[in-house]
Write a protein that binds this ligand. Structure first.
Ligand code: LRH
Ligand code: MN
Ligand code: MN
Length: 388
């Protein structure tokens, strides 16, 4: 099926949240390459995010990471975002960079450390209230490296208690989004390794607790679209952290490693109503650009998501349902593949022009002189998070 005007109206409602940390320097444990022009503070990260939104029209909010993006005057940052045409989105907590968290945070055996971790989250809620953000995203680096190191079950009990305290501190319009990851930085076990564990905690917390699915946080071969289907079915998919992986939690550009996987994931999103405004599903990117340009890296990512979504919208769902009903295995598969192989790029370029946007946002960025200007103006930019 072709991309219709109705499909394009649906795409116009798409909002992809960019992460502030994508704009800073990042790298591997072997080397962080410094990039000229990277932001020196959260205000400049917002400027770069606003540039991505101005060129794509699809990235109206920026996720912050606390304390990487801690500022003295949160109201000024909020105003700054509004002046640049974007808003502050998800607030990500961070209990993985301080020495006290060596053995965990909310699951730590020491009650004093657990208290500090809870207090950090309460401080994040204050930031949310000041910025108008509705989501507190919790990813815990908690886990152990050696069997026997700590009591797996006691750690779950501590987690339950800590999350409940945090959840109780949320305002009625605020949500808690719990991200899972099956490895790293702990290697024997992590305390929230999978969607089942995240969901279990969310169900115990209440209606406003949802699961965050980071596409890079699964074992190779995991059927991620099945998880998407199940969480949407249960009304508990809170957000995506989109990225690509070849091996570990690579944080590469979404849709780069396995475009077909992105298609399958987005097909389940559409099937499950995740595009509807009231679904509460936040489409966030969680990526780092270690060797490529950061702003173009984000533009490419936003374009990859919208392009893949456009292909999903080309899926002939009526024909697919009929083929499925008939038990037509290959026919059904072909209908799905036809949508995947539809080249939507020319129509999307035209659509952008119709909306007063550049037909080719990548080329428009390169021609804009923005990169040259920030390289001149910004000296001494920061690493993404670590050391920020
Ligand atoms: C953990 C993670 C989590 C963090 C981000 C920087 O691997 O995906 O979302 O907040 O990376
Ligand atoms: Mn993530
Ligand atoms: Mn990750």
């Amino acid at each position: 099926m072709e991309l219709t005007d109705e499909h394009l109206d649906t795409l116009a409602g798409l909002a992809i949240e960019v992460p502030s940390w994508a704009y800073g320097n990042s790298g591997t444990r072997f080397k962080v390459f410094a990039t000229p022009g990277v932001p020196r503070d959260p205000f400049e990260k917002i400027d770069d995010a606003a540039c991505v939104h101005a060129l794509t029209g699809l990235a109206p909010s920026v996720a912050l990471h606390i304390p990487w993006d801690q500022v003295d005057d949160v109201d000024a940052l909020t105003r700054h975002a509004a002046e640049r045409g974007v808003r502050i989105g998800t607030i990500n907590s961070n209990t993985f960079q301080d020495d006290i968290y060596k053995l965990g945070s909310l699951c730590h055996p020491d009650a004093g450390v657990r208290k500090a971790a809870v207090e950090h989250h309460l401080a994040c809620i204050d930031v949310m209230t000041a910025t108008g953000s509705s989501d507190l995203k919790i990813w815990l680096a908690d886990g152990t490296n050696y069997p026997g190191q700590d009591d797996l079950r006691a750690r779950q009990d501590r987690l339950t208690e800590g999350l409940a305290t945090i959840y109780a501190a949320l305002a009625p319009h605020q949500r808690l989004v719990l991200e899972y990851k099956f490895f790293e930085p702990a290697f024997y076990h992590t305390d929230v390794p999978d969607w089942g564990t995240s969901l279990t905690h969310c169900l115990a917390l209440g209606e406003r607790a949802r699961v965050c699915l980071d596409t890079g946080h699964h074992a190779p071969g995991t059927n991620i679209e099945f998880i998407v289907m199940q969480l949407l079915r249960l009304g508990r998919l809170g957000s995506f952290d989109f990225n690509s992986r070849f091996y570990a939690d690579d944080d590469l550009i979404v849709g780069a490693a396995d475009p077909f996987q992105l298609f399958r994931i987005l097909a389940e999103v559409v099937r499950g109503g995740g595009l509807e405004a009231d679904s509460g599903v936040v489409f966030m990117l969680d990526q780092c650009h270690n060797i490529e340009g950061k702003i173009p890296g984000q533009i490419r990512s936003v374009l990859n998501v919208v392009e893949m979504l456009a292909r999903v919208l080309c899926l002939d769902t009526a024909a697919l349902a009929e083929a499925q009903r008939r038990g037509d295995v290959l026919g059904a598969n072909q209908i799905l593949m036809d949508a995947f192989y539809t080249d939507v790029r020319p129509r999307l370029a035209q659509w952008r022009t119709e909306r007063g946007l550049p037909a080719d946002p990548m080329a428009a960025f390169l021609a804009s002189g923005y990169q040259e200007r920030i390289e001149r103006e910004r000296v001494g930019g920061v690493q993404a998070g670590w050391g920020a």
